[in-house]
Each structure stands twice: as structure tokens, then as C-alpha cells.
Design a protein around this ligand. Structure first.
Ligand code: SAM
Length: 450
């Protein structure tokens, strides 16, 4: 059987696409291999969101050059966002690449690989294609969690972002196709699904008849076997009271929301074309916290966006302190080709970006640690999803709010089960817990939102 070595960079959507590619090529009798050395086909599923992500890919392609020289029959392909952004230019820097294709062409991966092999000529497929719900995936016995893409593309046109170029306009998959996919996953043992979309809370408005994410969540809630539903990424611009109520009322939807703020300064938000102000974002957060008690929030922030002054940056810091996020993903602004911000005159020096990034992470870490410490002494439902590598008696799982908890299973087989756990200690990146005994049920219910 021919062997496929698949390397995935970037977001969860890329992980999802990689699973589809592995499944489709599995149908063509390719089997996955961990090592590039015995592979017949090496595919890099790439990310173009920041320059650093691209450099990683080019450096990996550089490493693969000697392998291609030694074994010229190995096919090397670049797929995903860099393929879509750079198209045939990829080969200017890496002439040993045989195959370049964007996410719209994933459905035809088998045919493209066969063509590259048969002709020996480079295949480049980066055009648009009709939206297809691909569900092929490799067998993953024991898989408890899965991503499910519910919509593709983005048309917000934030001035820093390449996604509208790399992933095209917003298109939602029909609910019936999503439900069918999740039913299959549940039948295969999956207990938690994460719905994916660049602006997932804009789901459904392009469909005929139009629908929305709240409605989709209610439908997924009815699927037997699924215990938890997550979704990401939400855009504040599309966040509705109806969705907040769904997070509160649909039992399997967890009390956790990733809501990118990007900047705490109105001046910067406007130049980013985010479509909301700091006050509007904070108003949404207050409504969320009022509607869904105990909800945990995380966010994305960019430091050093063109023109960001020290005072603008301080507004981002105070926003973190005000919202009290569980988790903050901070990024240094990276100039992306073809985006309006790349041409803005007042670019911020790298050194300033680095200083701001460090300071922001310090503040975010302090706030996050305070949030974690507040959980000590509480009992929470934990979905057990793995065994500790260090101690086979220990298991690891997540609370509904996505916090990692490690605890002793006392010899019980808990994988895939949701059990009450008493949090005994908050550590820097996780919680320590103890399996809570009988009688913990009431406290579990009270703590279900944590
Ligand atoms: N679609 C989502 C949104 O707009 O909120 C997020 C998608 S993006 C894949 C993930 C994060 O990368 C963004 O939220 C943003 O913080 C960051 N990002 C995007 N473009 C960037 C750039 N040019 N430089 C630095 N960070 C960037």
C-alpha cells in the first residue's frame, strides 16, 4: 500500500481538512505513516495567517529537498491557505513541490495525486469550486472528540486578515448534512463535537431558507451519544441575544465562548474594520455573563497593529482586566500581502510588538490564574478523554469550560465518561482534582456551568 505523510499547520479547520484528505486518500488505498522517510506522498496542510507560520512551512519544505533528491518518485504537495494565497509562486521558492491545491480542491485530491504521478508535471489547483460537505475520515478507534466544519470562508474583511482571500466568501453547509455527519461520529463513539467556522455565529444566513446557529445547536442537542457541543470562532459583530440564550438553554452546549476582541482601543478597532467599539464589546460581555452565569471567555488579541500607540495598547490591557478572560491568545501583528493594513504607513517596530506581547501575556496569565484559583474546592463534571503519560493510574479530562483536570481514576475505566471531580489545586496550566464520590451530584449540578 502507498504511504501518506501528512503535516498539518494552523487552525482547527486545517485539522479538519487534513482528516478529510487522509480519509479520501485512504479510499485510494493510501495508509498514514508517521515518518516522511517511508512515505510515497508528503502533504503539508498550511497556514498563511502570519508570516511566521509561512516561514515554518518553507523551512520544512527546505528539509524535504534532500529526501526528494534521494527518492525522486516521492510526491510533495502543499495544500491549504498558503497554496491559495501564493499559488504557483510556491514553486519559485520550493521547485521540488509537485502539487499545490487550495481547500476548495480537497474533494479531488485522489485525482490530482494520480495526475501528478502519471504526468510527472506539477499540478496547481487553486480555483473556486462548489461547496461540498466532505465527511471521509480515517478510522480512529477510541476517538472521543471531533471537529465539524459548518461553514467555510469569511467576508468580514478585517484589514489585517488574509482569510477572505484564502478561504473565500461565507458559505454554510445545510443542517441536514451536518446532522448526518455528527450522527455518524456519535455512532463511532465521539462524545464531543466542536463546530467550526471563521465566523461560526454567522451560520445559516446564506441558506435558503435562512437559519442560524442557535437552531443548529438545538438540532445537534437531540443526537444520542453526543454529550458536549462547542463552537468556534464567534465574531462579536454577529453575536445575538438569541445565541446567548441558546448557550444557556441547550443542555449539551457548554458555557464557554471564544470571542476575539483584537484590540481594546476604538481607534485601532476602526482601522481594523472590526465593526464594533470597545463599549459595544463590553456590553455584549455583560449580557453574556448575565445570561449564562459562570460562562468562561477566551479571546484573540493583536499587538502592534499599524498606528497602535502606547495609550491604545493600554486600552487592550485594561479590557483584559475588565473582561477577566480564562484564556488569551496574543499575536504580534504580521503584515499580510494584499491586506489593507500591510500598506498602512505607521507600522510598529518589532521590538515594541515584542514588549507589548510580553506585557499582555503577563496580565492575561495573572487574570487566568485568579480565575483558576477560584475553582479550588468546587465539584465539576469532567469528560475524561485520556490517560496520563506519566502515571497510568491518572486520567485527564476537561470541564465544560474547557479546563484541563488531572486526577486519580482509582482503577476505574473512565475514558469517554463524564464524572464529578473535586478541584483540589489550580496549577499554571491545569487543575488537579479528586474523583468526587456519591452525594457530589447536587454540587455537580450547581457547578455545571463552570
Ligand atoms: N475569524 C476570526 C475572527 O475574525 O475573529 C479569527 C480567525 S484567525 C484564523 C485567528 C486569529 O489570528 C485572529 O483572531 C487574529 O487575532 C489573528 N490574526 C489574523 N491575522 C493576523 C495578522 N495579520 N497578524 C497577527 N495576527 C493575526
Amino acid at each position: 500500500m502507498p504511504k501518506l505523510h501528512l503535516i498539518t499547520y494552523g487552525c482547527q479547520m486545517n485539522e479538519y481538512d487534513s482528516e478529510r484528505v487522509a480519509g479520501l486518500l485512504g479510499d485510494e488505498r493510501y495508509e498514514l505513516t508517521e515518518s516522511p522517510d517511508d512515505a510515497d506522498l508528503i502533504l503539508l496542510n498550511t497556514c498563511a495567517i502570519r508570516e511566521k507560520a509561512e516561514e515554518k512551512v518553507f523551512s520544512r519544505l527546505g528539509q524535504l529537498k534532500s529526501l526528494k533528491r534521494e527518492r525522486p518518485k516521492v510526491l510533495i504537495g502543499v495544500m491549504g491557505c498558503m497554496a491559495q494565497l501564493w499559488k504557483g509562486k510556491i514553486q519559485e521558492r520550493a521547485p521540488h513541490v509537485d502539487l499545490v491545491f487550495g481547500s476548495a480542491a480537497v474533494a479531488r485530491v485522489g485525482e490530482m495525486v494520480a495526475r501528478a504521478r502519471a504526468t510527472g508535471a506539477a499540478v496547481i489547483e487553486t480555483g473556486e469550486a462548489p461547496l461540498i460537505k466532505l465527511t471521509a475520515r480515517p478510522e480512529r478507534p477510541g476517538q472521543l472528540k471531533a471537529f465539524v466544519t459548518v461553514m467555510e470562508g469569511c467576508e468580514k474583511f478585517c484589514t489585517f486578515c488574509v482569510v477572505p482571500v484564502t478561504r473565500g466568501r461565507e458559505r454554510s453547509h445545510p443542517p441536514a448534512a451536518i446532522i448526518a455527519e455528527i450522527r455518524d461520529l456519535a455512532a463511532a463513539g465521539v462524545r464531543e463535537v466542536t463546530l467550526l467556522g471563521q465566523t461560526v455565529n454567522a451560520y445559516g444566513r446564506d441558506l435558503t431558507p435562512p437559519t442560524d446557529l442557535a437552531d443548529l445547536l438545538e438540532q445537534i442537542n437531540e443526537i444520542d451519544g453526543v454529550d458536549r457541543i462547542r463552537f468556534t470562532t464567534s465574531n462579536p459583530y454577529n453575536l445575538t441575544s438569541r445565541l446567548m440564550q441558546a448557550i444557556r438553554d441547550v443542555p449539551k452546549v457548554v458555557e464557554y465562548l471564544h470571542l476575539p476582541l483584537q484590540s481594546g482601543s476604538d481607534r485601532v478597532l476602526e482601522r481594523m474594520n472590526r465593526g464594533y467599539t470597545r463599549a459595544r464589546y463590553l456590553e455584549l460581555v455583560d449580557e453574556l455573563v448575565g445570561t449564562v452565569p459562570g460562562i468562561a471567555l477566551s479571546t484573540d488579541l493583536i499587538v502592534g497593529f499599524p498606528g497602535e500607540s502606547g495609550a491604545d495598547f493600554e486600552e487592550t490591557v485594561t479590557a483584559v482586566e475588565r473582561v477577566r478572560y480564562d484564556n488569551v491568545f496574543a499575536f504580534r501583528y504580521s503584515r499580510r500581502p494584499g491586506t489593507p493594513a500591510a500598506d498602512m504607513a505607521d507600522q510598529v517596530p518589532d521590538e515594541t510588538k515584542a514588549q507589548r506581547n510580553t506585557r499582555l501575556l503577563e496580565v492575561a496569565e495573572r487574570v487566568g490564574a485568579e480565575r483558576r484559583r477560584a475553582l479550588e474546592g468546587r465539584v465539576m463534571p469532567v469528560l475524561v478523554d485520556g490517560r496520563s503519560r506519566k502515571d497510568p493510574g491518572e486520567v485527564t479530562g476537561r470541564t465544560r469550560c474547557n479546563r484541563v483536570v488531572n486526577f486519580d481514576a482509582h482503577g476505574r475505566e473512565l475514558l469517554g465518561r463524564t464524572v464529578p471531580v473535586l478541584v483540589t489545586r489550580a496549577l499554571p496550566h491545569s487543575l488537579r482534582g479528586e474523583l468526587a464520590g456519591a452525594g457530589a451530584g447536587e454540587r455537580v449540578l450547581a457547578a455545571a456551568a463552570v
